[in-house]
Design a protein around this ligand. Sequence first.
Ligand code: NDP
Ligand code: 2IT
Length: 460
Amino acid sequence: MATVQEVKQDALQTAKKYVNDVYETVKKCNPHENEFHQAVKEILDSLVPVFVKHPKYMNNAILERIVEPERIISFRVPWVDDQGKVQVNRGFRVQFNSAIGPYKGGLRFHPSVNASIIKFLGFEQIFKNSLTGQPIGGGKGGSDFDPKGKSDMEIMRFTQSFMTELCKYIGPDTDVPAGDIGVGGREIGFLFGQYKKIRGGYEAGVLTGKGLGYGGSLARTEATGYGAVYFVQEMLKDQGLSFTGSTVVVSGSGNVSIYAIEKATELGAKVVACSDSNGYIYDPNGINLDTVKRLKEVERKRIHEYVQEHPQAQYFEGCTGIWSIPCDIALPCATQNEINEASAKLLVANGVKAIGEGANMPSTLEAIDVFLNNKVLFGPAKAANAGGVAVSALEMAQNSMRLAWTFEEVDAKLHQIMVNIYRNSVKAADEYGHPGNLVVGANIAGFLKVADAMMAQGII
Ligand code: NDP
Ligand code: 2IT
């Protein structure tokens, strides 16, 4: 008869083989989609203890189903530039999983957008949205359109053409897009206007991140950055640490970065650096956020312009160098894979104590290993940056109720949601044998809710 130990070993081997087989199939069926493979690998590796404990998920092919989007839409987006020339871009929407609510997730406009990028983002969104505790499924979309250097009229013509096709697939109860890289308040306004014109009704809940005068929620603009800082605050608190008096580096200078800088500074930190895709600035006095907001939110200029107004600051070409600046807390808030193994090692060598991922998948798998192996507090993206989509769900709730909460009400709900995500991730990590590992904890906590809903709803 097999010993208890042998039975346990058997269950572990079966779970590992299951996960590995699914991963190999994903690679085979989605060739060359490296970002998607990376996101899938991170989740699947974390889920092995779940399948050991609950083989029912394996028997119901939950993984095989969850890695396959319910639907992918890819479409032509023709538009006319200011010179009268016809331009063509490609649009995407991946409707990944609707087990716990309508598809929900942002739109990214960036030249690097392709099926792999949209699928990695959509896949992450399933688990992130589940972690928020709100009834939202996972989706993502975007285009390889480059908004840089385009006039407002070009942006409008492009977004109208994009929405003319996208509107066939979205709605307040089916799929609710929002912003991401390159899509902010201006773009959401144009998208909403075109949707309304085509549909002929006022369906406020079809998009989130709207302007405050037409159905937007207070604190949505701030939510992702504030939420990431609230999450890191919880990680620090558990170790008797805090933002007060700490030195912080934040990459990027877009929506997430700006409000991460704002909240970290409010909590007593000195944020000494931020960046854009050309380079980074280092300001030993602490970043002047009013200048960054004006340069980026109003004038849409490059970050190097900062040093003209603040001569004590320095500008460096190239963005990865930002991780060579010694800091206590690093908040990568720009883009995927911006911290590789070498940058992670540099951060550790310089004494970093905590990482909070404001961006989606900003650390490579190797970088994550460096942080975890060196006992750096690590807040993974799908937990740490969930505040944005969580407040998007609160915007949907306000739209349904036809009322608007105050900034303080929304901010208090956001704060509580981030505390809950932290606690649920810690608890899942403990329960499944990886205490302190929030990558495993967040992935498992996010997965279980979706998996149970899928089980309850049958083979669909
Ligand atoms: P923005 O477009 O407002 O800002 C993006 C910032 O990152 C800019 O400073 C941009 O620089 C920089 N950046 C973009 N691409 C690169 C690149 N390839 N290399 C270096 N820097 C780059 O986007 P957001 O702030 O909204 O998004 C930032 C990250 O946060 C993304 O990963 C997004 O998916 C994630 N996120 C966003 C949420 C939201 O609510 N907006 C919610 C959760 C996650 P430049 O101006 O030069 O392009
Ligand atoms: O990555 C993300 O969570 C977002 N870009 C926000 C999505 C949303 O629907 O608010």
